[in-house]
Design a protein around this ligand. Sequence first.
Ligand code: NAD
Length: 390
Amino acid sequence: MKKVVVLGAGYAGLRVVKELVKLKTDAEITLVNKNDYHYESTQLHEIAVGNKKPSDISFKITDVISKKVNFIKDEVVSIDRPKKEVHLKSGKVLNYDYLANSLGFESESFGIKGVDEYGLPLIDIETALAAKEHLENTLADYAKSGDENDLHIAVCGAGFTSIEYLGELVYRLPEFISKYNLPADKIKIYCIEAVDKILPMFTQDLSKYAVDYLEKRGVEFFVSTPIIEITKNSVKSKDKTFNANTIIWTTGVKGSHVIADSGYSQRRNRVMVKDDLSSSDDPNEFIIGDVSAVMSASGRPYPTTGQISIAQANFAAKNIDARIKGQETKKFTFKSLGTVCSLGPKNGVAEINVLGHWKLKGREVGPLKKIVNDRSVLELSNFKEMLASR
Ligand code: NAD
């Protein structure tokens, strides 16, 4: 029997496994993941502020995969592609006939000085919890230290993760103020962004809504301000220094280091794949999710999102099944169902491409975000229900 090995149990890896089982693919399927649980990476900002607990956004992998799938809890160290071997941290070696590589993302420091030491990334449950503890401990310290920098929070970058983090933070801030008896007028929240736009993927009125919402609640935005260095208690650009004892590092992500370590031709640990999502030098290897780059019709790679990872996984599973059966593979096509950016649990902005084009902002995005979170991705039937109840 042919062997299919799936690396990583994020959105992409879990979906490949689920789809292969659904297709009754004639193969022995093995899934490898560092942890024995899956976490919803799109909700880490909620853990990082303490609005949710890890158990709210994670579940045990063996609870959701078929008993027919072999699950191995281990860390992938490298892939010997000519030999079709996956090397694991435990020393174990897995052989494969077909590979689905969905190893996911890591924080990107861009080589900026001090980031690895002092920046708090939000890339997994551990780092999100570390950010939460740092934030709360630092705010609590103010009573003893009297150091105003304990009340300053710098959020680096103004992409999706930063804006969603800020939304959660301003939602919970009143609770922190009363819990730690903080002087509200001394709290400072900086958001420092390299380019001149915030949330450029949304129409101007929606991005303005998000910025106004956060500014009204105390966030100060600094655009066209590339960060060049981080220290223990400051963020530096060419002309400005932001003093803060909590520094959240959310300036973007790159693919897993295993990609570079395994000799792939890559950029920021992302591999440009063929239009059926297979690798250009091995038709039986499929690369999906945040370790892949897929060209869109516009001639630029699609941005990485949970939604596209799941869409890729559905295609990759069908293409693996086709290869096993000796059939032609299909070209990946993708139409985004839309984008939602939360501003705390009850507010946000969204553009949805289902049953027309919808621009939503404010409290009506709250239930939509919940649907997205509950289902991992926008689903047509839920959205229809939501529209019907408006
Ligand atoms: P991102 O790439 O979307 O945003 C990072 C931001 O940091 C950019 O605006 C960039 O200009 C800025 N930046 C980079 N270097 C900088 C520097 N030196 N100084 C100042 N600013 C700097 O990254 P993200 O927010 O971490 O998101 C990662 C991926 O996950 C993205 O593809 C995103 O679309 C996706 N995501 C989507 C959602 C959602 O759909 N709601 C939520 C979270 C993440």
